[in-house]
Design a protein around this ligand. Structure first.
Ligand code: SF4
Length: 127
């Protein structure tokens, strides 16, 4: 099975389409936020260490420093934000998005632990 990196941080590989996102920010159900470092972020959940420290989020974070831009609109019109939104629409996002706005796993995996001496199933796990 081919796998794609649908976690922008690249820490975990997920099966393609394994996580489907339902971004609250697409539905205006969550507000933008500003970190204590003066960075505009798409929501307060985004300001978690795994996401803010994610190397693949660095361009977005660098482009979103309030002190280096004239208006919020100027930040939101940047290619880094367009790319971020485009990625979310393809279920690609950083830790914050995968943990906050995951709708459901499209696929599940059933794992059976079999006692090879008896051939009997010892336990089952649904992932
Ligand atoms: S966690 Fe991610 S997908 Fe969810 S609202 Fe925030 S930026 Fe959007």
């Amino acid at each position: 099975m081919s796998e794609v990196d649908n976690k922008i941080g690249g820490k975990k590989l997920k099966a393609e389409g394994d996580i489907e996102l339902d971004p609250l920010c697409f539905k205006d159900e969550i507000a933008f936020a500003v970190t204590n470092q003066g960075v505009l972020v798409p929501c307060c959940r985004f300001d978690d260490p795994a996401t803010m420290g994610d190397p693949k989020m660095k361009p977005l974070i660098e482009a979103s420093k309030i002190s280096e831009n004239n208006t919020i609109d100027d930040i939101l019109k940047k290619k880094e934000w367009k790319q971020f939104v485009d990625n979310l629409s393809k279920n690609i996002g950083p830790n914050a998005c995968l943990t906050t706005c995951a709708k459901a796993k499209k696929y599940s995996q059933n794992v059976e632990w079999i006692d090879t001496s008896t051939g009997k199933v010892k336990s089952k796990e649904i992932k």
